[in-house]
Design a protein around this ligand. Sequence first.
Ligand code: SF4
Length: 300
Amino acid sequence: MASTTSVASLQDAVLEAAAHLYVWALKDIPLDLRNALARAAQIETSKTGKRILDTILKNVEVADEVGNLVCQDTGIAVYACRVGEHFPLHPARIYAALRNGTERATLEHPLRSNTVHTITRENTGANVGYRVPIVHWEFIPDWDGLDVKCVPKGSGSENMSFLKMCVPADGVSGIKKFVLESIVGAGGKPCPPGIVGVGIGGSADYAMYLAKEAIARPVGTRNADPIVAQLEDELYGLLNETGIGPMGLGGDVTVLQCHIEHADTHMTLNPVAVNYQCWAARRASAHIGPDGTVDLDREF
Ligand code: SF4
């Protein structure tokens, strides 16, 4: 058990990391995403689509040059945490640190504060509120580290989230149909081309959680299960045949990738969730050791 002082300094290290990750994610999009956008601009044959992709690349370049955000929407603050069994800070304190880090980044940068009460629509503070930030937890046995990934999610793409409780008789073709219907229905609203995250299996809530996990993976990574990876490839091809194109104005590149996460499910369930991530697919990760050392380059 860590001493009171070391718990306080560890909590502070997590807070500092969260404050850094939130701003970093908003300003400096990952290399795999940059490469995917550059490739999209090369292969796009529609004149309008190519112009949009070139503008997106210019946008990223200008954000780098002037140290500004890649998009004005600072999103809703979402973190994914992998907590080692022996990491000497309780998740309740990790949550407090993530909340305070989000608040600090918002006030100090400053960033736009998006969070409101869901009924009154009154602003609840510096991108924090009741149950915000949103944190997903995974607990890792026989490990003493903490991984934190910040995935700020813009509303344009988050509004394009869909769930269907298919029945087992719908099979894989039902899953494909629903994903395609969702993305065709979304059109240009989620600022395409982005990453389509699909969650299949589990329960209704877990399928959506899995879809969110899927959009937070590095672009083009494949599910470890070859059957699921094959479905990722198939959907990626089908989605790019829709002709929706960059910003919904027509073209070859509607999505940069399709990622699927899955879970086993009940024999009479077949849940499918779709979560869209826009072209500004922001994410930033850090590893925090049990002594409070922070490694900002560790992706997970
Ligand atoms: S959906 Fe993404 S790119 Fe579009 S406005 Fe929102 S954060 Fe920006």
